[in-house]
Design a protein around this ligand. Structure first.
Ligand SMILES: Cc1cc2nc3c(=O)[nH]c(=O)nc-3n(C[C@H](O)[C@H](O)[C@H](O)COP(=O)(O)OP(=O)(O)OC[C@H]3O[C@@H](n4cnc5c(N)ncnc54)[C@H](O)[C@@H]3O)c2cc1C
Length: 336
């Protein structure tokens, strides 16, 4: 192992998606020492996303973005950006490295020790070895599976009926009915989820669907049938296949414990109706950084970290709303 591994850091961020990158950016800008690890060999790849983000995403995320981070802005949707997530996340990680964050790819957190009143020890799997570090705060930003928070005793299990399986294609050289707007369709077979066409260029789109996890095995034939039936695009060829899943449940009510905050989809901060989680990731990562900075060195017990929940309150209201809209759509469709 050639890398110099930090024995101790202020904050360990696990997961370099929108939540972890945003947290690391805001922490480092305020002078904290940060270790950011991601299990993927290359941060940002493969993308598992339709890449549609809110208009103020970059402002919340905290990075000035070069043009290649955005594939397209959709005029029909108040110029909402369709990101290039690989370029955005790998580019943001490179900027963090230059700012002094220790960024390590291909490195999975595999063990988390008890909080000793000041820090938590963490163990990683990295290049066949098991390096360790200690951190005053761990930010669990490890996405849908949310194993890191579970290691700290937070119950992040979900009812499988509240998970969404997704399959999408990046289709290039196609003719789009409207290259400046998205199209959502709600065929009963996907209830309560949907089929989407998100233009990512004048002649390319991310085309996919979400469906209840227990029907995930049928995703490919259903997607291909819906693609053949829709009038929102024609022609083209599949350049990339994207698979993933997300929880469509309520957010974690208490997303913190001693020495640990949960951010992004790991905390179920994803709109259950729309499957929108990029903005929620960046917002909660930013607020996780803010919650840590507000402790001002006093300590990182659960009581010290509790203001995190209040910082997130406006987002919680939107997430409850999304969850109930999703439930309502499900019931309406099920009862004709
Ligand atoms: C098919 C699909 C389409 C979607 N489309 C959209 C969309 O158009 N717009 C939108 O807003 N949202 C969309 N979403 C949701 C969005 O992708 C997520 O909500 C968002 O990525 C959450 O960001 P995050 O930072 O919380 O987690 P993630 O982006 O999932 O990042 C978590 C990271 O943690 C790493 N990790 C996991 N475990 C460990 C470990 N033990 N050690 C180290 N690293 C670890 C992973 O490698 C990963 O890189 C979509 C989701 C899917 C599945």
């Amino acid at each position: 192992m050639t890398r110099k591994w930090p024995d101790r850091v202020d904050v360990l961020v696990v997961g370099a998606g929108p939540a972890g990158l945003s947290a690391a950016r805001h922490l480092r800008a305020a002078g904290a020492t940060v270790l950011l690890v991601d299990a993927r060999a290359h941060i940002g790849y493969p993308p598992r996303c339709a890449e549609l983000a809110r208009g103020n995403f970059f402002e919340v995320f905290g990075f000035d973005h070069p043009p290649e981070w955005v594939r397209r802005r959709l005029r029909g949707l108040r110029n909402m950006p369709v990101l290039n997530r690989t370029a955005t996340e790998s580019g943001a990680a490179a900027i963090l490295g230059r700012m002094g964050v220790t960024v390590v790819e291909n490195c999975a957190l595999v063990g988390l020790g008890a909080y000793d009143g000041r820090e938590r020890p963490a163990t990683f799997r990295y290049q066949g070895e098991a390096p360790q570090t200690r951190a005053q705060l761990v930010i669990a930003a490890d996405g849908a599976a949310s194993r890191v928070a579970r290691l700290a005793g937070i119950d992040t299990r979900i009812n499988p009926l509240e998970t969404v399986a997704c399959l999408a294609y990046r289709v290039v050289d196609c003719d789009l009915a409207d290259a400046d707007d998205i199209r959502f369709e709600y065929p009963p077979i996907l209830n309560p989820h949907y089929f989407w066409v998100v233009p990512s260029g004048p002649r390319e789109a991310n085309i996919g669907l979400g469906l209840p996890m227990h029907r995930g095995h049928a995703a490919r034939p259903i997607l291909e049938r819906l693609m053949a039936q829709t009038d929102s695009f024609s022609g083209g060829r599949i350049a990339q296949t994207l698979v993933g899943w997300y929880p469509s449940t309520l957010p974690l009510e208490v997303p913190y414990t001693d020495g640990l905050l949960v951010a992004g989809t790991a905390a179920r901060f994803i709109d259950a109706e729309l499957g929108e989680g990029i903005w929620q990731g960046a917002f909660s990562g930013r607020q996780a950084a803010e919650a840590y900075l507000r402790t001002a060195g006093r300590g990182t017990t659960a009581a010290d970290l509790a203001p995190y929940r209040q910082l997130l309150e406006p987002m919680y209201r939107q997430l409850y709303d999304g969850y109930h809209k999703r439930r309502l759509r499900e019931m309406r469709q099920a009862h004709g």
